[in-house]
Design a protein around this ligand. Structure first.
Ligand code: SF4
Ligand code: SF4
Length: 203
């Protein structure tokens, strides 16, 4: 559809003087920016000599949490793997060992490809028992791709290291299920017709 003439705005090409044709104004503008930065507060961090200060909600390397009995807290429900947009979590579930009365399953293997991960935190949000958490470990290095595919033992060792170092305290209490598994709030009762009692009173 053609535009109406009233909607068309014509722009005239500006006439450049000798200064503009020699690029002098933009050169002075650039120099002004450079000089301003020379006297402004420096923000360069001297990493690795100087460790960065990370925000409290920083999302780094994963860990698998242990419960109060030192067992892996995960119940192999696959919620994290289902929520993961990068498809980098691979779990093989197995019946929980005899004596683990509080769960039906546990992860026989649990693998996260840390190179494929986009550190979005969806796995942590999805877990109903707060078994998986992202830590503040950010300097993830390795000599091969295989070294950055973390298995269950490695993920548990991240838990041991971070809790011993005190860098990432466990956010939930042992034994308590996470907020994802809390019962939804009970909606307020809807008043019924006059003389008929409330709708929530049946039963
Ligand atoms: S942080 Fe995001 S991308 Fe990484 S494993 Fe968890 S859900 Fe997947
Ligand atoms: S969501 Fe939690 S409990 Fe379920 S498989 Fe993942 S880490 Fe395990």
């Amino acid at each position: 559809m053609a535009l109406a003439d009233a909607d068309v705005k014509w722009v005239q090409e500006p006439k450049l003087g000798l200064f503009e044709q020699l690029y002098l104004p933009v050169v002075f503008d650039g120099l002004k920016t450079t000089v301003t930065h020379m006297f402004s507060k420096k923000v360069t961090e001297q990493y690795p000599e100087q460790e960065p200060t990370l925000p409290p909600n920083y999302r780094g390397v994963h860990r698998l949490n242990r419960d109060a009995e030192d067992r892996v807290k995960c119940v192999a429900c696959y919620m994290c793997a289902t929520a993961c947009p990068a498809h980098c979590i691979d779990i093989v579930a197995a019946p929980a060992p005899a004596g683990w009365k509080d769960r039906e399953k546990y992860p026989e293997t649990f693998v996260i490809d840390e190179l494929r991960c986009i550190y979005c935190g969806m796995c942590e949000e999805a877990c109903p028992v707060d078994a998986i958490e992202l830590t503040t470990l950010y300097d993830l290095t390795g000599y091969s791709r295989e070294q950055l595919i973390f298995d269950k033992e490695k993920l548990l060792s991240v838990f041991d290291a971070t809790t011993q170092a005190g860098t990432d305290p466990v956010r939930t209490q042992a034994g308590r299920l996470g907020p994802a598994s809390d019962a939804p709030p009970v909606p307020p009762a809807i008043p019924g017709p006059a003389g008929g009692g409330s709708a929530g009173a049946a039963g």
